[in-house]
Write a protein that binds this ligand. Structure first.
Ligand SMILES: Nc1ncnc2c1ncn2[C@@H]1O[C@H](COP(=O)(O)OP(=O)(O)OP(=O)(O)O)[C@@H](O)[C@H]1O
Length: 299
């Protein structure tokens, strides 16, 4: 694991903002750290970057305990939290050159970074004239200048238009698949990261409500079969008598867990042969956004 926390807890006064958080971020993943506004994402990120001091629990990064290996660990992390620290009166390239000189990084990295984040054509434009998406990409280029293994980004897609989100998505996918990086990215919108994340952690009120691969999350949103018939209550009872699980029944519709197309056909035939009229029968998949909302609202 690149990041592994155990029972991480943090209070602001008597408010528990991070509560027993045990995160597992695998090497090479894009880990989407999701939660509604105020869930505790930024506080967690500040703890991971040692900008806030851990009160309870532990943080291991690259297999090392954070407090006792601060310099070693932090030199391998690039981060972007809140606004990127960009000089607006300088060009994109000058911003990168400045940072490269400061960190004693060979200046040839600057052109490589500009190319990586697709800002080569805008290299000599003042950063103040960049769009929000270009500024975010410059922020990521600055974070990547020292070639860190791990990138920690706090809501980098916040406020971006769909094209800006796609640019960031493609960049982060390139970083993990072609450059061996691990990316930890927070967002309050699942839709903004579901197409790039390989793993997801969902928090609310500082607590971890779900953690797993994006596939695990999709499995949670199990498909249903919905059936509209002329007499749903009697029809549902018939199905139950025949050992078919019924999830829910209302006046117009019966809901069953989906198992296979074949089973849908059998259920349809059973209802027909017992005198029920099936108006519609179909398969319905709960989308991930609805699932995310239901996970965060249950807490
Ligand atoms: N410096 C602080 N002092 C006191 N309370 C704070 C401080 N910073 C954050 N909080 C509180 O901690 C809680 C979690 O805040 P945090 O910024 O970590 O959430 P978040 O998930 O990042 O939210 P957002 O998506 O809005 O950025 C909030 O209730 C916030 O008011």
């Amino acid at each position: 694991m690149v990041i592994s926390t155990e029972n991480l807890t943090f209070n602001f006064g008597d408010q528990k903002v991070v509560n027993q958080l045990s995160l597992q971020v695998p090497q090479g993943s894009i880990y989407g750290f999701l939660g509604p506004n105020g869930a505790g994402k930024t506080t967690t990120i500040k703890l991971l970057l040692n900008l806030l001091k851990t009160q309870e629990g532990s943080i291991n990064i690259f297999g090392l305990e954070l407090q006792s290996n601060r310099t070693k660990i932090l030199s391998q992390i690039g981060s972007l939290i809140e606004q990127p620290a960009i000089y607006l009166h300088l060009t994109g390239k000058e911003n990168l050159l400045n940072r490269a000189l400061l960190l004693q990084i060979p200046t040839q990295r600057v052109d490589e970074m500009l190319a990586l984040v697709h800002l080569t054509n805008a290299a000599n434009k003042k950063a103040g004239q960049y769009s929000l998406g270009m500024k975010q990409r410059l922020g990521i280029a600055l974070a990547l200048l020292s070639d860190p293994q791990l990138l920690i980004l706090d809501e980098p897609t916040n406020g971006l238009d769909p094209n800006g989100i796609i640019e960031i998505r493609e960049l982060l996918i390139r970083l993990t698949t072609q450059h061996n990086k691990t990316v930890f990215i927070s967002s309050h919108l699942l839709s903004e990261i579901e197409r790039m994340a390989t793993h997801v952690g969902i928090i609310n009120f500082g607590q971890l409500l779900f953690q797993g691969s994006i596939k695990d999350l999709e499995t949670l949103s199990k498909p249903l079969v919905y059936i509209e018939t002329d007499n749903t209550v009697d029809a549902a009872n018939l199905l139950k008598r025949n050992h078919i699980t019924v999830d829910d029944v209302n006046e117009t519709t019966i809901y069953l867990p989906y198992t296979s197309k074949q089973q849908m056909g059998e259920v349809n035939a059973m209802l027909n042969s017992n005198g029920y009229t099936v108006y519609t029968i179909g398969k319905q998949q709960k989308d991930l956004e609805a699932l995310f909302l239901s996970i965060t609202q249950e807490a």
